[in-house]
Design a protein around this ligand. Sequence first.
Ligand code: NAD
Length: 261
Amino acid sequence: MEKRLEGKVAAVTGGGQGMGRAISLRLAQEGARVVVADLKREQADQVAAEIGAVGGEAHVVEMDVRRPEHAQAMVDAAVQRFGGLDILVNNAGVGKIIPFLETTPQDWDFMFEVNCKGLLWCSQAAARTMISQGRGGRIINLASQAGRRGEALVLAYCASKAAVISMTQSMALALAEHQITVNAIAPGIVDTPFWEEVDRQFARLHNLPTGEPKRRAVASIPLGRIEQPEDVAGVAAFLASADAGYITQQCINVDGGNWPG
Ligand SMILES: NC(=O)c1ccc[n+]([C@@H]2O[C@H](COP(=O)([O-])OP(=O)(O)OC[C@H]3O[C@@H](n4cnc5c(N)ncnc54)[C@H](O)[C@@H]3O)[C@@H](O)[C@H]2O)c1
C-alpha cells in the first residue's frame, strides 16, 4: 500500500471497533503512528495489536470524548508518545432509534454529548496542539447520511449529525489560517456493530424479524451492497493525505449513492 502518511501522527476516537478500527488500521498501513482512543480499553488494545502485527505503531488511550480532560489526555498522549499530532479523526458516535413523541431529554443529551460536544472537545484539544506546532493539520469528522435529511424515528441522531456537518464548516473557517483542514464523511449503512443495534431497534418498533430492517435498507442502496468500514477508511486516508490538501469545509457522502447532495 502507498505510504502517504509517513511521519504523521493520528488520533482516532472510537478506534476500538467498526469504522474507527478500520480507519486506525488504514492510517497505520499508510505510515501514520496512531493513538487508538476509545471507551473500551480491551477493544482498543486489540486494534493496537492488529496494527503492530502489520508493522505499524499504535498507542491506546482509554477515554470518554464527553470529558474535555480526556480529550486533552488523548492529545497529550500523542505528543508524549509520538512527538506531536497531525490528524484527528472524530469517529466516536452513538445513535438510538426512537419515535419523535418518545424522545426524552436523556436521549437527546446522550447523542449530543457524544456526537457534538465530544467532537468539539477533541477538536479544540487537537487544534491547540496543531496550531502551536505550526505545520498545519487535518480534522476529519464522522457525520452520516442521517445528517443530510430527517427521519421519523431518528430525530435526535439526525439533528446531531446535521450539527456535525455545520460544526465542520465553522471549524474549517476558524482553522483555515493555520492550514488545518476540517472535513466530514457522511457514510450510509455500514456493516458495523452500530447497525446491528439499529436493526434490533427498528425491528422492535416495526414489529419485524431481526435482520429485516437491515435487509430492506441494503436493498435500497444504488450500488447494491452494504457499505464496509474499509469504504470509509479509504476516504479518511485520502482526506488525511497531501492529495487532499486543498479540500476543506466539505462533507463527502460515502454511501453507495443513497443521497445525491
Ligand atoms: N454504522 C453506520 O451505518 C453509520 C452510518 C453513518 C455514520 N456512522 C457514524 O460513524 C461513526 C462510527 O460508527 P460505527 O458504526 O463504527 O460505530 P460503533 O458503535 O460500531 O463503534 C463506535 C465506537 O465508538 C466508541 N465510543 C462510543 N462512545 C464513546 C465515547 N463517549 N468516548 C469514546 N469512545 C466512544 C465505542 O466504544 C465504539 O468502539 C459514528 O460516529 C457513527 O455515528 C455510522
